[in-house]
Design a binder for this molecule. Structure first.
Ligand code: COA
Length: 323
């Protein structure tokens, strides 16, 4: 049978073959050797098996592995948007079979997710993976956003010096109320894939960020940096060390994940201050600090470039919605 559902044990057997695949997660980071990238991909694939209705498909031809993909229900998104939402990923194709575009693999995932009542499916792929992108478009997926990732390399770049226009400190539990309100103001009408997709309610898309900062304060983030002007929180940045990934790859990465500056405090360099101030904190814990945004968010990319962060990769997010 060309398409097979794989259990944990079988997936682990493809470690060596996956190492030759292109565009595995972390492919822009030459510091991570291919075998470690493959190990991390396998961990990501296996995560599907502990998620609701999760599975992994492998596509084989004459014993050759053409591609692998995971699929599952996204619990958080489904509860938040009150519809059954599925996710495909990671999905990777073998560079060996030049003619293979992964369409059958995508269709197998879709069939699986539709069986469990999914009304929506998303998948994120590197912008360079053109074969896969074409087959997603042919399968009925539409482009929902494009993200870019920048990285600050502590071995190559001096820490920047910035004159701060605000007091910077780590958040404390008492900041919660202010941070929730600030996040709502900051992300109302933001240019992310949910606000821009007419199938989603705008208010719910904004609420997602409010939940996100709330969860960051309790469990998601390792720390939250805030900027204060006159006892009022003007901006924030959540800091996350990639603990699991670092263990699998032996390479230490951390990310500035969610950030915003209140509309009343914009244009004063507050964001630039936050992105400079997080670097010493990251340097103690990581070799590289990363940040990700929508390609059209030129303001944050200007700040990153000014501070010494460099563009490393891009990813497209595709959505599929019941017609
Ligand atoms: C984007 C945002 C964080 C910028 O905050 P800020 O404190 O005003 O930014 P700064 O004052 O530090 O400016 C950073 C750079 O971006 C530029 N910039 C700021 N706002 C801009 C805008 N609307 N359009 C274009 N460039 C802009 C500034 O000129 C500055 O570059 P320069 O120093 O070379 O002049 C803020 O507008 C915001 O919270 N927006 C909505 C949420 C968001 O985008 N979050 C980040 C998600 S990754």
């Amino acid at each position: 049978m060309p398409i097979q559902e794989l259990d944990k044990k079988k997936v682990g057997m493809f470690h060596t073959r996956l190492a030759d695949f292109g565009y595995l997660d972390l492919h822009p980071y030459s510091q991570v050797e291919p075998a470690k990238r493959a190990a991390w991909t396998i961990e990501q694939l296996k995560k599907n098996l502990s998620a609701p209705q999760g599975t992994i498909f492998g596509h084989f031809r004459n014993g050759r592995l053409l591609g692998m993909a995971g699929a599952r229900i996204s619990t958080f998104d489904s509860e938040h948007f009150e519809k059954t939402m599925g996710r495909i990923g990671p999905i990777h194709l073998s560079p060996e079979a030049a003619e293979y575009d992964g369409k059958q693999l995508v269709l197998a995932c879709m069939k699986h997710l539709l069986k469990y009542g999914c009304k929506f499916v998303d998948v994120r792929v590197p912008t360079a993976d053109l074969k896969l992108i074409r087959s997603l478009l042919r399968t009925g997926f539409y482009l929902a956003d494009t993200q870019v990732e920048y990285a600050f390399r502590f071995d190559k770049t001096e820490l920047p010096k910035v004159e701060h226009q605000a007091e910077l400190r780590l958040a404390v539990p008492d900041d919660r109320k202010q941070l929730l309100a600030l996040t709502r103001d900051t992300f109302d009408g933001y240019i992310d894939r949910f606000h821009l997709d007419p199938f989603f309610d705008d208010a719910k898309a904004t609420d997602m960020y409010v939940k996100w900062i709330g969860n960051s304060l309790t469990k998601l983030a390792d720390a939250v940096l805030v900027a204060e002007i006159g006892m009022r929180i003007a901006g924030f940045l959540t800091l996350e060390v990639k603990h699991k990934q670092n263990k699998a790859t032996d390479f230490r990465m951390a990310e500035g994940v969610l950030a915003g500056v209140a509309p009343w405090a914009r244009g004063k360099g507050i964001y630039t201050s936050l992105l400079a101030e997080c670097l010493p904190w990251f340097k103690e814990r990581a070799d590289v600090a990363t940040v990700v945004t929508q390609v059209d968010n030129t303001a944050v990319q200007t700040a990153w470039a000014n501070l010494g962060y460099r563009l490393v990769s891009g990813k497209h997010t595709f959505h599929w919605h019941t017609p």
